[in-house]
Design a protein around this ligand. Sequence first.
Ligand SMILES: [Zn+2]
Length: 175
Amino acid sequence: MEKIEYNGEKIPYIIIKSKIKNMYIQIKDEKVIVKAPIQLKEKYVKEFVNKKSKWIYEGLKKNKVKSKTEEKIGQKKIERLTRIVEKTINKYSKVLNVKPNKVRIKNIKYAWGSCSSQRNISISMQLARKEEKVIEYVVLHEMCHLIYMNHSKNFWKLVEEYMPEYKEYKKKLKI
Ligand SMILES: [Zn+2]
């Protein structure tokens, strides 16, 4: 197995060659996998990985924190959260006629959810402990941001239209 060094740490990685055009690196669980085109010389693969060593190192660190949080919350609860989020996204995609680009369940601490200008929705893993309706509220809230990128009157009107009792759930999140 090849290794790169960063910050005094030796990081092993696996090279998988396949019929692809561009090289890329995947960090899965705590493994580093480099996918490279078949014909590409080893030398270039190594150069590429070396250039990305900081990114790999930080990615691994982030993954470690994430798996620790997942462990603390419990796999079952995370799976439940994922199911509720998917179901709610599907439901409101239809009625609001909007679709997020990507939906991720992430280890966010500063918020329950977020919606970027690239139309990516992130949902905090910390919601895994909350009741279903509260999770649904956060998802609806973020989806309404696909229509209004602010907390204007119109935004809250839209939330209320689809979830008249939303204030009750909002209170439970203390936001
Ligand atoms: Zn908001």
